[in-house]
Ligand binder design. Structure first.
Ligand code: AMP
Length: 216
């Protein structure tokens, strides 16, 4: 199964992708996570991406498309769930070309819709482990020991791009560049709208019902 999770930053894409991976055994391909790994490893791509990411802007399409084409090429036969990609209509067109050259397509685009105030709360309260990438929230998903990662005990940090001024910029970028991607897939008839203001459990059960109906 080939799935895309769309939605503004903070819509819960990462959280729901993990549950999708557990249930359908597809590979989670998060462009943001791949970029953060490239940065941590100080690669050329990581260095090029840094200033865009820290200011809440999009990394140029040509860098992202090449990076994601490589990741998708290595995905298992069970398929993948894309998280954070495509983020522009141009990226979606490139993905379409790459898949159709192999006789493939996207089975479902899940569009997570969340109100702006909920997004701001989720993102500015988010804390991450710089070592393993685990994500917490200062009120909604607290670690067992305050400020420390449950998995490796590392001190939690606020990602540079989760600071309030950058979050606002990321939301603007989303509205301008990524919302049109929904329209691109609507024309193909594979978009499923999900009200993601609800609890994570309610949202994932809607997503599971949608995906199950596609398998049957
Ligand atoms: P994320 O963790 O998905 O919110 O991504 C963090 C940052 O990585 C974004 O704010 C962008 O700067 C960059 N990024 C991630 N995915 C993409 C993409 N598909 N196109 C361009 N930039 C991206």
């Amino acid at each position: 199964m080939r799935i895309i999770l769309l939605g503004a930053p903070g819509a819960g894409k990462g959280t729901h992708c993990k549950r999708i991976v557990e249930k359908y055994k597809v590979q989670h391909l998060s462009s943001g996570d791949i970029l953060r790994k490239e940065r941590a490893a100080n690669t050329e791509l990581g260095k090029k991406a840094q200033s865009y990411m820290d200011s809440g802007k999009l990394v140029p399409d040509e860098l992202i498309v090449e990076m994601m084409a490589e990741a998708i090429g290595k995905a298992p036969a069970a398929g993948f769930v894309l998280d954070g990609f495509p983020r522009t209509v141009n990226q979606a067109m490139e993905l379409d070309k790459a898949l159709s050259s192999k006789g493939r397509n996207i089975d479902a685009v899940i569009n997570l819709q969340v109100n702006k105030d909920i997004i701001l709360n989720r993102m500015t309260g988010r804390r991450s482990c710089p070592k393993c990438g685990a994500v917490y929230h200062i009120t909604n998903l607290k670690p067992k020991v305050e400020g420390k990662c449950d998995i490796d005990g590392e001190a939690l940090v606020q990602r540079a791009d989760d600071k309030p001024e950058v979050v606002k910029e990321r939301l603007e970028t989303y509205k301008e560049m990524t919302k049109p991607v929904v329209g691109f897939y609507e024309k193909k008839g594979c978009v499923y709208e999900v009200d993601a203001n609800k609890s994570a459990e309610e949202v994932i059960s809607i997503i599971f019902n949608t995906l199950d109906s596609l398998i049957k």
